[in-house]
Write a protein that binds this ligand. Structure first.
Ligand code: FE2
Ligand code: FE2
Length: 294
């Protein structure tokens, strides 16, 4: 499929599948607009993301970064590349969700398409910065961590709980921290991208919170925890301290935020549970290296 011309997609669903599976840089970075026509639900799909042949995949633990290491231009480019790859996976997973949850209201699936466009735009911001630093998208390895986790969601509620209210919400805090890191080494451009992306992610989180409320009747912490696919816990779904302004702007209720702030992993066991526990949010979590928790 690498660089092989495809006939234009007739439906959104064909277009989404093509975006996910394409191995063509041009499609990944600058996809054609989605068609206007929506089809009925496709057959069960086991989708995996296509990767251009010169984008190297790894399954090993991701490289970690420290604030001080960003004095190196190579480290800054590598970190920007990690963020670029998060955006790529987010764009692909919006496509995955509109196929996997094709029975959901059209308004939800149209919302996924809107977010998709933002994620592609964010990719372009990071790509521009990587290239300005003298590197290319093929210079660093990627680990498709979001793809390892998000497709374990079996319902649309689990999907918005994990991606929007979890991983994207944590990025509201991570982007502030990374903006400081870039600023502290004099990289104002790098800092500005973090600030822009962080602000623009608020609407993605709000989208998830609103649909969670629609589908569960409320936005309760306990319910949210129960919707996180094992072995994930709130541990990866927040920064070191919550940014209350951004979170409120995303329409998380105060009570929810208090409980999220207070939540602690069970300290007594190193075992990672494979099934949902009897009580919410009681899982331990020791195997999950969140790429953002550098
Ligand atoms: Fe994004
Ligand atoms: Fe996003």
């Amino acid at each position: 499929m690498d660089n092989i011309a495809q006939p234009p997609a007739r439906t959104v669903e064909e277009w989404a599948k093509h975006y996910i599976e394409s191995r063509d840089w041009k499609v990944k970075l600058s996809p054609p607009s989605a068609p206007k026509l929506w089809a009925s639900c496709p057959q069960a799909l086991d989708l995996r993301p296509g990767r251009p042949s010169d984008l190297r995949l790894t399954t090993t633990k991701p490289r970690t970064f420290k604030a001080g290491s960003l004095k190196s231009i190579e480290a800054r480019a590598a970190l920007q590349h990690k963020f670029w790859h998060h955006e790529l996976q987010a764009a692909e997973l919006m496509c995955w969700a509109l196929l996997r949850f094709c029975h959901t209201p059209l308004a939800f699936r149209k919302g996924l398409l809107r977010i998709f466009k933002d994620e592609v735009r964010h990719m372009a911001l990071y790509q521009g910065e990587i290239e300005a630093l003298g590197f290319t998208l093929s210079d660093f390895e990627v680990r498709d961590w979001f793809w390892e986790r998000v497709p374990t969601c079996e319902t649309e509620v689990e999907f918005v709980a994990l991606l929007g209210m979890g991983l994207e919400a944590a990025n509201l805090e991570h982007t502030l921290r990374f903006a400081d890191w870039f600023r502290n080494v004099g990289d104002q451009r790098g800092a500005a991208i973090q600030e822009q992306v962080g602000l623009e992610e608020i609407s993605h989180v709000r989208f998830a919170v609103r649909w969670f409320r629609t589908w569960t009747g409320d936005v309760q912490f306990k319910e949210w925890c129960e919707q996180l696919p094992p072995p994930l816990t709130p541990l990866l779904m927040r920064g070191k301290s919550l940014d209350m302004n951004r979170r409120r702007n995303a329409e998380f209720p105060e009570e929810f935020l208090e409980e999220l702030k207070q939540w602690r992993a069970e300290p007594t066991s190193n075992r990672v549970r494979k099934t949902k526990p009897s009580g919410p949010c009681t899982r331990t979590q020791n195997d999950l290296q969140n790429e953002n928790n550098s």
